[in-house]
Design a binder for this molecule. Structure first.
Ligand code: OAD
Length: 246
């Protein structure tokens, strides 16, 4: 794969690199995306499963759906794209991952600095007292559990529609976006805000922004470069090239 000189130059001189990732980066690990032909939102209505109201109305149904998704991500392994991002750490002063994914695969791959804007499916917290739990602590897949401490309902620690993103995580992600020299936008349809502001923030702060996706997205017109193809193929290619230029 040939890369434009402008991109190679940006990589050569970069100190800080940011990866803004979405569901597409985990597609090759077998985790379904949200939109598109086989996306989760084709078969399930978000407002019935991914809102606080839905959970309060029918905790068991929402819980069961998250247990189903936990089953998928636990069987999945980080793929060549997640692993390439970890390798990038050898070449730059700072490599930050800002992800919309809740699947924990960047952490499992070994990335050191990961900001999870939409939470993590392997965590839960009590709606009443706020105590946090690892998902593995509750192994009844059909019933939403109650907090052993206060009896409140325990919910997945993910951001649902209508909920605010964790303010501290968003702040760190914005800081990283302002400071990065190169920003990769990988496997995201870039339509869910406020997360989707991150690559715009990087661009307006002067970063060279590279999109990696199998198809054009809302963000494509704003990218300095669009690399079309699977993240698990393109990122290892970029890494090979990086070894030549750094
Ligand atoms: P989407 O499902 O909206 O988009 C997935 C993107 O990945 C699409 O642009 C695909 O073209 C691309 N894609 C698929 N396979 C790929 C591959 N192998 N390599 C590269 N790209 C690939 O997922 P997100 O953009 O992550 O929010 O969705 C954003 C948010 O919407 C999610 O975090 C979730 C959802 O509702 C919450 O749960 C709050």
């Amino acid at each position: 794969m040939e890369f434009p000189a402008e991109f190679l130059n940006a990589l050569k001189n970069a100190e800080s690199v940011l990866f803004f990732t979405g569901a597409g980066i985990s597609a090759e690990s077998g985790v379904p995306t949200f939109r598109g032909k086989e996306g989760l939102w084709k078969n399930y209505r978000p407002e019935e499963l991914a809102t606080l109201n839905a959970f309060l109305e029918n905790p068991d149904r929402v819980w069961e759906w998250y247990e189903f998704r936990r089953g998928i991500v636990r069987k999945a392994k980080p793929n060549a794209a997640h692993l390439a991002i970890v390798e990038f750490e050898k070449y730059f002063r700072e490599v930050v991952v800002v992800t919309q994914n809740v699947d924990d695969l960047h952490n499992r791959a070994g990335s050191r600095e990961v900001y999870e804007l939409h939470g993590n499916i392997e965590k839960n917290f009590c709606l009443r007292c706020g105590k946090r739990y690892d998902a593995k602590e509750f192994n009844d897949s059909e019933h939403a559990p109650h907090c052993p401490g206060c009896g409140g309902l325990v919910r997945p620690a993910v951001v649902w529609f209508g909920e605010a993103l964790p303010a501290d995580v968003m702040k760190s992600a914005e800081e990283a976006a302002k400071q990065c020299d190169v920003c990769f936008v990988v496997g995201t349809s870039a339509v869910v805000y406020p997360a989707a502001y991150i690559p715009f923030k990087a661009k307006s702060s002067g970063a060279f922004v590279v999109e990696v996706n199998i198809q054009p997205t809302e963000f494509t017109p704003y990218a300095n470069l669009s690399l079309t193809g699977k993240a698990g193929e393109i990122l290892p290619e970029v890494l090979r090239k990086l070894k030549e230029v750094r």
